[in-house]
Ligand binder design. Structure first.
Ligand code: NAD
Length: 288
């Protein structure tokens, strides 16, 4: 039976630590502050931003959700973004995606100043990953950072390990592949056109599924030794409408060494990483 690596005990430890760091920053006159720009009433975005606000407040930081109408003009949207970007009392800033159609051509990741880019998508922050940074004091994309935190907590060293990262998106697969490479893993980044996926996954010590297809990875993708580590990034609903990951957890639970659950795994860590990035951003800005 595999070890199930749950996020809750890990995140609790980090939350306590973040709360302490937050109160130290406050003693130095800096109240860590996150601003989130939310456009329209897209239901999942409303829930995500509400959860982020709740989390930031739980560590003692400030968080304001700036709500703009679905049909906000490009000029008003950009002005709001610029005002927050310039405001010295704002340490972290991001725009909740997706953007409405009439604004979808805007690359918001590049409009947030790199020092406030708590999503970790600014070219300057991504370049650090390209250059080999391990990201300890950097603003890293939140989901990859969460995966790394979980592996570290479980005592999994990446050095010399072979990893199959399935998915090459800018928010998960690509930055995670770079980050794992910077920790001396040998990474194969797989995607929808990979022709020998099962061969790659069977020969990997660690498999990361970031695909967006419910229960896609099953025991057919694993080798028989039962020694592999499976990280499930997916957030999907199965045919019964039940929340599930990209890995068929029931099918693989006796055939791997360690697995992250869905729910209660990587998803929970993403918001924790955002909190870590906010405290890093506030600390860096205070030091400047
Ligand atoms: P995406 O749609 O941008 O990318 C999916 C990737 O999967 C693509 O690179 C594609 O090439 C690859 N892919 C698709 N079909 C494949 C196949 N048959 N074989 C191999 N590769 C295939 O998705 P994303 O934004 O990276 O998200 C992936 C999943 O992770 C989704 O379920 C999403 O909801 C979830 N997600 C979770 C978190 C979290 O906090 N846990 C954060 C972001 C995304």
């Amino acid at each position: 039976m595999a070890t199930v690596l749950k996020a809750a005990p890990i995140s609790q430890q980090i939350v306590d630590d973040l709360a302490k760091q937050c109160s130290l920053l406050k003693k130095d006159g800096c109240i860590p502050c996150l601003k989130v720009i939310l456009i329209g009433e897209h239901a999942p975005s409303v829930i995500y931003t509400r959860n982020k606000k709740k989390f930031m407040e739980s560590i003692g930081a400030e968080c304001e959700i700036i709500k703009l109408a679905e049909d906000v003009s490009e000029e008003n949207f950009l002005n709001t973004l610029k005002t927050q970007a310039k405001d010295k009392s704002v340490h972290g800033l991001f725009v909740q995606l997706p953007l409405p159609k009439h604004l979808s051509h805007i690359d918001v990741g590049q409009l947030v100043p790199p020092e406030k880019d708590v999503d970790g998508f600014h070219a300057q922050n991504l370049y650090k990953l390209m250059a080999g940074d391990k990201g300890e004091n950097a603003l890293l994309p939140c989901t990859p950072k969460g995966v790394m935190t979980m592996l570290k907590h479980a005592g999994v060293s990446l050095e010399g390990k072979s990893v199959a990262v399935i998915g090459r998106s800018l928010i998960v697969g690509k930055p995670l592949s770079l980050l794992m490479t910077n920790y001396n893993a040998t990474v194969t980044m797989c995607h929808s056109k990979t022709s020998n996926l099962k061969q790659v996954t069977k020969s990997s010590d660690i498999i990361v599924a970031a695909i967006g297809r419910a229960k896609f990875i099953n025991s057919e993708f694993l080798r028989s030794e039962g020694d592999q580590i499976l990280i499930d990034v997916g957030i999907n609903h199965d045919s019964d409408g039940i929340l599930c990951g990209d890995i068929d957890q029931n099918d693989v639970e006796n055939k791997c060494a360690l697995i992250t659950p869905v729910p209660g795994g990587v998803g929970k860590m993403t918001i924790v990483s955002l909190g870590q990035n906010l405290i890093t951003a506030a600390t860096n800005q205070l030091e400047k």
